[in-house]
Ligand binder design. Structure first.
Ligand SMILES: NC(=O)c1ccc[n+]([C@@H]2O[C@H](COP(=O)([O-])OP(=O)(O)OC[C@H]3O[C@@H](n4cnc5c(N)ncnc54)[C@H](O)[C@@H]3O)[C@@H](O)[C@H]2O)c1
Length: 442
């Protein structure tokens, strides 16, 4: 292939019928997502925060004035055609789970009560060793992890049959598991499946869902920082079975702010020698992250972004001495309404120091729900377009974007957005936009 030759535009199958969405976990993010989709379907709320629903895309030259909405440009499933299923280790239906999560106000929630009550979780594949602060009664039993995963495959098929969905997507909205390092059993499909049968400790429950999804040809997005689909065995299955995968860890709150501010500082060659981030958070996610094992997984995911954005090896004078610290503190009174503080120590001309303080009073699940919607719709589109394996163009949505082993992940939100939009242009046979713009001055 020549150096700058783009691959041919893919054929995209139409989005006919219903799109089944299987969420692993029926907690704050999943129920806020589901309630929101139902309110949007009824025209009771606008889809704020969703790039697929509200975003536009410029096509052709700036003088052409063509900027359709993304949803009118690419053949996405309509949110109104989504049907939901879920797994959780608590038997609460989506209404009860949402009421406990406390993200949405009761009047809001009650307006979709009947709809949410109809979404009842299937039994979870769960083991306490991987999420120490959780224990629930609604769990599957099996001789080994392979059998557990086979039960998940049965669930997928029966959900598809009962919901009459023509296509499915799975999204991990469950708790953060303990930190696991890539292990040699993750290397190939064969070693992975053997390890499942031997109950190997390096096979976490989230990997069983991922494996079941790959075997059933269901695209998978990972909203948490666990390895899950980010291992060679699952990537191999995704390639072989023609399944798109994306991850990991929804980019909301503090990391979203980081990947907005840091590229700006770097663009102006402003130095940074300290970035201290701390959070208080009182929801179940915060409780799970209070365990050092789960926090370690999250910490790794949160720490990576600055290193990649600042590229200290290219700008040693500006970023070689950056001290980056991240803290998450479980503080129940705040529930889902997190507060995140950033103190950024920067320096400018002649090395003079300055400081930036950010105090972000955010709502975690309110920021995560539209990401879940976009990921589900884009992964379904990718599948219909015959795209398989890691979907790097969806890095825009993740704190720790997955990418090919020979690459470094792209964290800069604006490069990520450009990549996402150029991928959509390519899919639809439109010219890619380079922002060169020289032709306007010829
Ligand atoms: N809200 C955000 O802004 C945000 C951002 C990035 C990542 N995340 C991640 O998204 C995930 C969900 O967050 P949340 O606030 O909804 O948490 P939550 O605790 O409210 O919900 C998670 C649910 O998953 C269930 N669960 C745990 N392990 C399971 C398993 N093996 N199978 C099935 N269900 C299981 C739990 O019982 C719980 O109901 C967390 O991992 C969190 O770290 C959230």
């Amino acid at each position: 292939m020549e150096k700058d030759q783009t691959p041919p535009k893919p054929e995209i199958a139409p989005a006919t019928g219903k799109l089944g969405v299987l969420t692993v976990g029926l907690g704050a993010v999943a129920t806020t997502f589901m309630a929101g989709v139902e309110l949007i379907r009824r025209g009771a709320a606008p889809p704020i925060g969703s790039v697929t629903q509200m975003g536009t895309i410029r096509l052709g030259k700036r003088t052409e004035g063509r900027s359709p909405k993304i949803r009118d440009f690419v053949p996405l499933a309509e949110p109104g055609r989504l049907v939901f299923g879920a797994w959780d280790l608590f038997p609460d239906n989506a209404y009860e789970a949402a009421a406990k999560a406390g993200v949405l106000d009761l009047p809001h929630l009650n307006s979709v009560k009947r709809y949410l009550e109809g979404i009842r979780p299937m039994k979870a594949a769960f083991q306490r060793d991987y999420v120490k602060r959780l224990d629930g009664p609604h769990v599957k039993k099996a001789k080994n992890k392979y059998e557990l995963a086979e039960q998940l495959r049965d669930d997928i098929r029966s959900f598809k049959r009962k919901s009459k969905a023509s296509r499915l997507v799975m999204i991990w909205c469950a708790s953060t598991e303990i930190f696991l390092k890539p292990h040699k059993v993750h290397q190939t499909v064969e070693s992975f499946e053997k390890a499942m049968k031997q109950n190997h400790p390096s096979i976490a429950p989230s990997m069983l869902y991922a494996w079941a999804a790959m075997r059933e040809g269901v695209p998978f997005a990972n909203g948490a920082p666990n390895l899950t689909v980010d291992i060679p065995a699952i990537e191999q299955l995704a390639q072989e079975n023609g399944v798109p995968i994306a991850g990991k860890d929804f980019k909301t709150g503090q990391t979203l702010m980081k990947t907005i501010i840091a590229p700006g500082l770097k663009a102006r060659m402003i130095g940074v020698n300290g970035w201290f981030s701390t959070n208080i958070l009182g929801n179940r996610d915060g409780e799970v992250l209070d365990d050092p094992g789960s926090f370690k997984t999250k910490e790794e995911s949160k720490l990576g972004s600055l290193e990649y954005i600042f590229q200290p090896h290219l700008y040693p004078d500006l970023y070689n001495h950056l001290y980056h610290k991240v803290r998450i503190n479980y503080y129940p009174p705040r529930r889902d309404n997190k507060e995140g503080w950033d103190n950024i120590d920067i320096f400018g001309w002649l090395g003079y120091p300055m400081q930036i303080k950010v105090d972000f009073l955010c709502r975690d699940s309110i920021l995560a729900a539209p990401i879940a919607l976009d990921l589900v719709l884009f992964l379904d589109l990718a599948k219909r377009a015959g795209m398989r394996g890691i979907q790097e163009w969806l890095s825009f949505y993740f704190k720790s974007p997955m990418c090919a082993p020979q690459l470094y992940p792209e964290h800069d939100l604006f490069i990520q957005l450009m990549k996402l939009k150029n991928t959509l242009r390519w899919m639809m046979g439109e010219e890619l936009i380079t922002h060169l713009g020289a032709e306007y001055y010829d």
